[in-house]
Write a protein that binds this ligand. Structure first.
Ligand code: PLP
Length: 383
């Protein structure tokens, strides 16, 4: 079989799985306990924190370990509730649902929320964001890499534009999930107040993530005060240790993997371009390669429904996703594609192909051979 759904979850590095297993049995103590097993777990957690901080070029106390990016996005966005009862919020219309739904919740609780649409290439304009900033703006949130298009957002320019208009009070959050382990970026240089990272997207195991917090602030959850009281709850030491291992490997191999992903994407684009009626989402992805990460490619073969194609591919052992995998059970056309102005007809047929460190050129050749043969037939049936 050929796994082409790495943006939904990456196949964990075997070293990460081994580390998780080792730590589960050898460091079983609760890191808050004062006896030796507890202290051993605490030391391990601390060493993970300082190693990960140095890989991310941030300070150890700026890392809040949590269960994943959904939790990190929720903590970051919903903590405005502890600061002000009302206010203005700016969120991009292309956020993952874990960043979009909290914004909807804020809206239903009385905040004035502006959702900013991207241009047709899937990119949010810093000028559009800056133009919306008001005296009472409390929060701005824009992701670094979109999970459906792979479009890299100009987050640094957005932060600069926001701070130029209004220095005080604005918390800028960034979901860097689809960038981590794939492209080089520096959280301090981006200038954001918070960011979310998820271990299972770069070869760690599920159940660990990071909320980067440039400084400490008050959050909504209450408990035993762990993680500087920003994410109370017993830490998942084993998954954090596995995340450290995965981050080490993915950072070490990042450039090599990225060049490999570029080659695979070229092959995909060349092959798919030969299929009559195929549409790339966005079309610019074929030309402006630097604006998109090479690991993600969305494409549509109207009028074949994306869900049908995904099933046909799955039956043949090729695993891709329709729209955004995490919400694809919802059976709606993609909100991201909608925001980009892509027609329902094209968005309805979208599939997302995403590659990773284990994807081979032979996988892509096999996949292309299959779709070149099947798509014309499926198009005929769907018409
Ligand atoms: N943000 C983005 C951009 C994602 O792609 C995902 C996963 O699909 C998430 C957040 C959610 O991450 P997690 O699975 O760690 O909750």
């Amino acid at each position: 079989s050929v796994y082409l759904d790495w943006a939904a979850t990456a196949i964990p590095y075997k070293e990460a799985i081994e580390e998780q297993t080792r730590v589960c049995s050898d460091f079983f103590g609760n890191p808050s306990s004062l006896h030796e097993p507890g202290r051993a777990a605490r030391r391990l957690l601390d060493s993970c924190r300082s190693d990960i901080a140095s890989m991310l070029s941030v300070r150890p106390e700026q890392l809040v370990f949590c269960s994943g990016a959904t939790e990190a996005n929720n903590i970051a966005l919903l903590s405005v509730l502890t600061r002000r009862k009302r206010g203005h919020v700016i969120v991009s219309a292309i956020e993952h649902s874990s960043g979009y739904e909290p914004a909807l919740l804020l809206s239903s609780m009385g905040y004035d929320v502006d959702f900013i649409r991207p241009d047709a290439s899937g990119i949010i304009s810093p000028v559009d964001i800056a133009n919306r900033v008001r005296e009472d703006t409390v929060l701005v949130s824009v992701m670094l890499v979109n999970n459906e298009t792979g479009a890299i957002q100009p987050v640094r320019e957005i932060v600069q534009a926001v701070r130029t208009v209004q220095r005080r009070n604005i918390h800028v959050h960034c979901d860097v999930v689809q960038a981590s382990g794939k492209i080089a970026f520096n959280l301090t240089e981006l200038g954001v107040d918070s960011a979310s990272i998820s271990a299972h997207k770069f070869g760690g195991v599920r159940g660990a993530g990071i909320m980067f917090a440039a400084r400490q602030w008050d959050v909504l959850i209450r408990g035993g005060g762990q993680e500087q009281a920003m994410r109370p709850g017993t830490e998942n030491v084993a998954a954090v240790a596995a995340m450290r291992r995965a981050l080490e490997i993915s950072e070490k191999e990042r450039e090599k993997n990225s060049e490999h992903a570029i080659r695979l994407k070229k092959e995909l684009i060349d092959g798919i371009s030969n299929i009559k009626g195929a549409e790339f989402l966005p079309v610019e992805v074929t030309k402006k390669e630097k604006q998109y990460i090479p690991h993600i490619l969305s494409v549509s073969f109207p009028p074949v429904p994306g869900e049908v194609l995904q099933r046909v591919l799955s039956d043949a052992g090729f695993y891709v996703s329709t729209g955004s995998a995490c919400s694809s059970r919802a059976r709606r056309n993609s909100r991201v594609m909608d925001a980009m102005g892509i027609s329902d007809r094209i968005s309805f047929s979208a599939i997302r192909i995403s590659t990773g460190y284990l994807t081979t050129e032979a996988d892509i050749t096999e996949f292309l051979r299959f779709i070149k043969r099947e798509i014309p037939l499926l198009m005929k049936i769907a018409r």
